[in-house]
Write a protein that binds this ligand. Sequence first.
Ligand code: ACK
Length: 381
Amino acid sequence: YVDKYVEQSQALGLADIFEVPHSAIHMGRMLGEGAFGRVHEATAINLRRMRGTTIVAVKQLKPNPTADEVAEFLAEIEMLKGVGTHHNVVCFLGCSTIKAPYLMIMEYVGRGNLLSYLRAVRQEAGKLKLRNANYTSCKPIGRTSAGGGSTNSAAGLPKSQSVNYIELKASSQSIELQSSENSTANGLGPTAGRQPIPSYAETTYTIVEDEEPFEYILDNRELHNFALQIANGMRFLEEQEITHRDLAARNVLIDNNKTLKISDFGLSRHGIYTNTKTRKLPLRWLSIEAIRDNVYSSKSDIWAYGVVLWEIGTLGASPYPTISNSELIPFLLAGNRLQRPDICTPQVYTIMLQCWLEEPEERPTFDALYRVLSPKTTYVD
Ligand code: ACK
């Protein structure tokens, strides 16, 4: 697909092979809005290594972005150019960065984010007792037209994603924080003891979606597999010393084959990173040293991964529902952690607790977690 402007820019070294002309992108419906941008379904013509028309997802900034937001978006695109491909990481396909609106073109992941998926399952399964029930419903649960942000308020869950991101001042130790969101979900308690063998509870629920082969199933093997897939994608990033910094169920996508893909690299950086700006950050997914000292590493991603395991175990609850933002650090420093979700075995809870160890170096690596969670591993009690 020839666009003279892009060709000339490439010839002059002002654009690279990833550059795609706007004329090659036909924007479709909006899929949703994140904290930092909006995502549309689109068709792209003759992408690099993809002749013909491809359905893609296109991320762009919200209207009237600040200079900082533009710089961060372009930095995210630059970062993605260097990330190789992995089946558990959303594939970067190209970008438009010569002319505004700047676009990031990604592989289209058909079933939206994992948080919405878990909450859809919970909404159905929640009508029943959570244990020892077989459940089949023919009620269709489709992808919401503009997923992401709005979720079911019936479950007492937040309506807006933006509540997950709190403005944190980089230099300040005593951080002024907004009041916390409310949620009716699980309460909190002190840390529990450690035991081996990871898994979720054994009960199986099947929620069948009408007309399509895609099923909203809730069973321990599937939840376990979710945990494994996310560890696998993160292991790939860890290997390249990329710190994601915003790992959360809302930033993991699910496709028609139940393959999970880590997305939203908006905050990602190479190596250990000290935040020097005031920016919106996902407080309740952050480790102690990330909140207190602004230091991010694969070990703070590991902390966030522990919270994602908890989100899976609670079918999409919001973390620390009874704790205000300003209470969170004292709460964590006193040794308190999120409580074991009902459908988590003590074994998988042990992994969470290891992810939430105060000393970053004592936390496991993603590689170790992947191996622990891998079905090939045998455990001895
Ligand atoms: O649940 P969703 O539809 O899945 O709502 C969010 C929304 O955009 C804001 O992040 C969706 N989204 C993000 N990236 C992609 C992608 N690569 N493919 C499909 N949907 C995406 C996400």
